[in-house]
Design a binder for this molecule. Structure first.
Ligand code: NDP
Ligand code: 2IT
Length: 449
């Protein structure tokens, strides 16, 4: 168990006070600070020049009005955000989330996490995040397009291939990126492919970007299982969510010989003892944009749908939370441990509560934090930027090979750092220290900025 270093405590207290009412941001900062006591003990110079205070303060925060008109002619007003957190390592980089729960604190927690995640990839990208409290559920294509256009009408002034490069996140996939890219191009009169990632293959997207987060998380867990002398072969796996990250996690787990027996959406979960039928899941979620209950209906006998239930009640060997923050509590973690879980890999950002992480670590469960395990998505976004900059386009296999190498490097860096700091097997500590040191060293080299 890690506790807060006494020199970091007053800095954290100040961060919490200055950012009142933002519990997710507090949680993310506290978790990183709890890992950094060992760094400060070894290298007290990191405490100089307000480095910790600066690293917790976004470089820029933009909040804007997003007016749009629905199909009936009624006007709606949403709030748009872009938090440009840290550009020491490269242009701000991070997704855009459309979900009714979005507020400034959530975007700040995501931007903070993104900064260290992006550093872990080893690629030249800073950290940022954006979004809106817009709820895309049940909206027509035309409404989605008009919302995206209005959102980009303000956002375009703040982004650019050398400034800030957004991508997708919850509620934002290829369709939304297309509408936003179209509006950016129209407003700027520039075909600046590198301004957004997650684009369609027809207009500058990268092969394997859509698959990258889920595939990458699965590669990470595969390496973690490898260190335990085992693999996915025959492992019962539960993946929460049924969106972009979940779908391609399921695809990769199956290709590694594991069996995903449950997935979910915000209404409930489905258990399919025959293994999730991926073609059906893609049809339900990617094509029809329907509910997970429709999967169960279409699948027939092997699948059971549980409305409103908790997916972590389903016994499994491997758990991969891939929906949203704080979806897996301490109590859920206890249930998973009791049912014999051996590894947990976070596809989502901060899906496990601090209590849950403690339960896993104390029980000796291998635990991969989101900022390491789900970094394959943003890493492949950086590969998309490389392809755009060189006006090139790589094959799927070549791109996936690079993704796979990056995930192995991230895994090894986290594992080696944890060992070096006297906490072998602690991937949380390893990820936080590795990410922090890379960002902090670049910031120090750039002066007091
Ligand atoms: P999608 O919008 O494609 O899917 C999200 C899934 O999670 C849906 O099944 C959704 O259910 C469920 N979900 C969302 N919010 C909630 C909630 N409040 N409670 C319960 N279920 C919820 O998003 P992604 O798959 O892209 O993102 C999933 C997670 O992965 C997020 O934490 C995101 O930040 C993270 N991530 C995404 C990356 C990417 O490349 N897309 C990269 C790295 C991390 P419903 O449809 O009912 O809302
Ligand atoms: O959380 C994340 O890493 C993402 N949503 C992907 C960000 C990106 O720029 O590809």
């Amino acid at each position: 168990m890690t506790t807060l270093d006494e020199k970091l405590e007053p800095i954290l207290t100040q961060v919490l006070q200055r950012n009142a009412g933002e519990p997710e941001f507090h949680q993310a900062v506290r978790e990183v600070f709890e890992s950094l006591g060992r760094v400060v003990a070894k290298h007290p110079d990191y405490l100089q020049d307000g480095l910790f205070e600066r690293i917790c303060e976004p470089e820029r925060q933009i909040i804007f009005r997003v007016p749009w008109t629905d199909d009936k002619g009624q006007v709606h007003i949403n709030r748009g955000f872009r938090v440009q957190f840290n550009s020491a390592l490269g242009p701000y980089k991070g997704g855009i989330r459309f979900h009714p729960s979005v507020n400034l604190g959530i975007i700040k927690f995501l931007g903070f996490e993104q900064t260290f995640k992006n550093a872990l990839t080893g690629m030249p990208i800073g950290g940022g995040k954006g979004g809106s409290d817009f709820n895309p559920r049940g909206r027509s294509d035309g409404e989605i397009m008009r919302f995206c256009q209005s959102f980009m009408t303000e956002l375009h002034r703040h982004i650019g291939e050398y400034t800030d490069v957004p991508a997708g996140d919850i509620g934002v996939g290829g369709r939304e990126i297309g509408y936003m890219f179209g509006q950016y191009k129209r407003l700027t009169n520039r075909y600046e492919a590198g301004v957004l990632t997650g684009k369609g293959l027809a207009y500058g997207g990268s092969r394997a970007r859509k698959e990258a987060t889920g595939y990458g998380a699965t590669y990470f867990v595969q390496h973690m299982l490898g260190r335990k002398g085992t693999s996915f072969e025959g492992k019962r796996t539960v993946v929460s969510g049924s969106g972009n990250v979940a779908i391609y996690t399921i695809e990769k787990v199956h290709s590694f010989g594991g069996k995903v027996i449950a997935c979910s959406d915000s209404s409930g979960y489905v258990v399919d003892e025959a293994g999730i039928d991926l073609e059906l899941l893609k049809d339900v979620k990617e094509v029809r944009r329907a509910r997970i209950s429709d999967y169960a209906k279409a699948r027939g006998k092997s699948a059971t749908y549980v409305e409103g239930g908790c997916i972590w009640d389903v016994p499994c060997d491997v758990a991969m939370p891939s929906a949203t923050q704080n979806e897996l509590t301490g109590k859920d973690a206890q249930t998973l441990v009791k049912n014999g879980v051996i590894a947990v890999g976070e596809g989502a950002n901060m899906p496990s509560t601090p209590d849950a992480v403690r339960v896993f670590q104390q029980a000796g469960v291998s635990f991969a934090p989101g900022k390491a395990a789900n970094a394959g998505g943003v890493a492949t976004s950086a590969l998309e930027m490389q392809q755009n900059a060189s006006r090139d386009s790589w094959t799927f296999d070549e791109t996936e090979q690079r993704l796979s190498d990056i995930m192995r490097n991230i895994h090894d860096a986290c594992a080696d750092t944890a060992e070096m700091y006297g906490a072998p097997g602690d991937y949380v500590l390893g990820a936080n220290i590795t990410g922090f040191v890379r960002v902090a060293d670049a910031m120090r080299a750039l002066g007091v900025v």
